[in-house]
Ligand binder design. Structure first.
Ligand code: HEM
Length: 376
């Protein structure tokens, strides 16, 4: 079933009107996968990386190697080179904001060139990639986050929570081939920025400087949220990243976009009628519709009583059933402008998790232009 007829009337949605999407029922069904496992104890901050550092320096000095390495502690003195120095040394090229805008533009074009994939856009899955690359951050041990793009490596690439993100990583490989000087962390987060902005969302302040890491820096399974859980779990997982209740609710509004896939998470269906447009509909629908447990041979999820075509994860419903969260959800349902303002700030914060400040090439984040803005 297509939701094209109900979508909000923004440019992208109009484009989508005639694009059929793969019928969910045709997707190969796999046994329900638990979305994540309990988080392990954070690693000790003082973990030594001396061997690695020496190895990398040897590679750089003698092999003209393409990698610089920063330790997992992220302390100022242990970061060997800033992101911009790494790029310079590797490629003898110092990219300007204009160069990054070219990468943004390419992502925006490729995102739209999705044919019959889902709702006709790679935007939602690119945003999910940027979020899963960043949301592994652990404040206590200062590990994880978007800096090293460790989802390129097994076993992180194969973590249950990351099922289906190979689609997004493959899309990004095409961009990387054209702009080999950009780090994966910068590329993936810029993809998240392009996804939000091109799908009619707010501007997401962003700046480059992330560096490519190594498999040793990959994060353990269980750092991303488990959709079957409740408020305590959400607070524990997002609290570990450094987010408060208001920020957790604002971030959840990302589920205005995209859909669940039975062959990825086990869950199925979109949250809103306009899955390629950023709106506050996720919050509006949570309040306006009657949500009942779906009767099906799959994990516990809710469906709207009226059309039975929308879904909510147990964690989505927590946003309106938990007192602490509900007041923010109500505010966002009532005021799209407020949602956009808070969503912009919290997504910008999310994408910078785990990146030492001195690595950024600019002290102030940039505002990338949309494709539409550049036409004028
Ligand atoms: C609150 C905790 C969260 C949980 C439990 C959760 C869980 C999920 C699940 C189960 C899926 C379906 C994956 C699939 O089957 O393809 C999904 C998709 C998605 N999530 Fe989340 N998520 C959470 C937070 C977030 C955040 C913070 C963002 C971004 C800021 C986000 C963005 C997305 C997007 C855009 C999709 C759609 C992907 C697509 O269409 O392929 N989610 N999420």
């Amino acid at each position: 079933m297509s939701f094209a007829f109900l979508r909000a009337s923004v440019r992208r949605t109009a484009l989508r009107a005639s694009v059929p999407r793969a019928a969910p029922s045709s997707a190969p069904r796999v046994a329900f996968r638990k979305f994540s496992t309990p988080p392990p104890a954070p690693e000790a901050k003082s973990r030594s990386n001396t061997g690695l550092i020496v190895g990398v320096l040897v590679a750089v000095v003698f092999g003209g190697g393409g990698y610089y390495y920063a330790t997992t502690s992220g302390d100022a003195e242990t970061v060997l080179k800033s992101g911009v120095q790494a790029i310079k040394a590797t490629t003898k090229f110092t990219p300007s904001q204009e160069d990054y805008q070219k990468v943004y533009n390419k992502i925006a074009e490729v995102m739209d060139d999705a044919g019959e994939y889902d709702d006709g856009s790679y935007g939602p899955v690119l945003l999910r990639l940027a979020w899963h690359a960043s949301g592994t951050y652990d404040v206590a041990s200062n590990t994880g986050g978007s800096n090293y793009a460790t989802m390129r490596f097994a076993p992180e690439s194969a973590h249950g929570a990351n099922a289906g993100l190979d689609v997004a990583r493959d899309v990004m490989e095409k961009i990387k081939a054209e702009f080999p000087w950009i780090s994966y962390g910068d590329l993936w987060t810029l993809g998240g920025v392009a996804a939000v902005q091109e799908m009619a969302g707010p501007k997401i302040p962003w700046r480059p400087g992330r560096i490519d890491g190594f498999a040793e820096q990959a994060t353990p399974d269980g750092r991303l949220p488990d959709a079957t859980q409740g408020g305590a779990h959400l607070r524990a997982i997002f609290g570990r990243m450094g987010f408060n209740d208001q920020e957790i609710v604002a971030l959840s509004g990302a589920h205005a976009l995209g859909r669940c896939h039975a062959n990825r998470s086990g869950f199925e269906g979109p949250w809103t009628f306009s899955p390629t447009t950023v709106t506050n509909d996720y919050f509006k629908l949570l309040f306006s519709e009657s949500w009942v447990w779906k009767k099906w041979n799959g994990p516990k999820q809710l469906e709207d009583k009226k059309t039975k075509s929308l879904m909510m994860l147990p964690t989505d419903y927590v946003v309106v059933s938990d007192k602490g969260f509900k007041k923010f959800a109500q505010a966002y349902a009532d005021d799209n402008e407020l949602f956009f303002k808070d969503f912009s700030a919290v997504v910008a914060k999310l994408f910078e998790l785990g990146v030492p400040t001195q690595q950024f090439v600019s002290s102030d984040p940039w505002t990338m232009k949309t494709l539409d803005e550049q036409k004028n």
